[in-house]
Design a protein around this ligand. Structure first.
Ligand SMILES: C[S@@+](CC[C@H](N)C(=O)[O-])C[C@H]1O[C@@H](n2cnc3c(N)ncnc32)[C@H](O)[C@@H]1O
Length: 195
């Protein structure tokens, strides 16, 4: 499967989010050049860098200084002045306000949903990147308790095709399961204000 050069040139430490999921997170959350985003955990920063390429400001929270160094290298490779890397526990609070998107890729992501809800502006979106079904159940249940709306869960499967004269079919190789994506919105905006 094609991993574009804009990703292959980035350093990797802990497990990264791949372009197939990054694309859907960005498209379904609707972020754009005026968006303010918060991300955790930074890890290698693949998602944080992707968000920063397309939005106004990204703050990414990470517990481990050694991973921040990898993400810092990726930030420099991409020349992203709008990406702030914070050595902090996101479950303890989010300092940023009126945020359009909060992305969560870490164990116990549901523990960051309360601070995420506070930081989001009305209509803002929280997304969980969750490898296991048990995590999805906990995350959705926390979203329901916090009164997130428009909650939905998807899995992104991309199939390579073998294109040839004879026996054209999907390839048996490739990346299959990575994680489930759970989306939820802070309050629904009146229709007239939706874009
Ligand atoms: C799988 S990595 C994230 C990969 C990243 N999304 C990417 O695309 O490169 C998960 C990270 O979450 C961090 N983490 C775990 N709990 C955290 C917390 N409460 N606050 C901030 N970071 C946390 C871990 O140290 C780890 O680096």
């Amino acid at each position: 499967m094609l991993v574009p050069y804009s990703y292959r040139r980035l350093k990797r430490g802990p497990q990264v989010i791949l372009p197939k999921d990054i694309g859907i997170i960005m498209a379904y959350s609707g972020i754009g050049k005026n968006s303010i985003c918060v991300d955790a955990g930074t890890g290698s920063g693949w998602l944080a860098v992707s968000l920063a390429r397309a939005s106004k400001q990204v703050t990414s929270y990470e517990l481990r200084e050694d991973f921040i160094k990898i993400a810092q290298r990726n930030k420099e490779i991409e020349g992203l002045g709008n990406l702030v890397l914070k050595n902090a526990d996101i479950t303890k609070g989010i300092a940023e306000k009126d945020v359009d998107l909060v992305t969560l890729d870490m164990p116990n992501s549901e523990k960051a949903l309360r601070p995420a809800y506070k930081a989001l502006k009305p209509g803002g979106i929280a997304v969980g990147y969750l490898p296991h079904v048990e995590q999805v159940k906990k995350f959705v249940s926390s979203m329901v308790k916090l009164k997130f709306s428009n909650i939905f869960t998807i899995e992104v499967i991309v199939r390579d095709m073998l294109v040839r004269e004879e026996g054209m079919r999907p390839s048996t190789k490739g990346v299959w399961h990575t994680a489930y994506l759970v989306f939820g919105q802070k309050e629904q905006l009146p229709e007239a204000l939706q874009h």
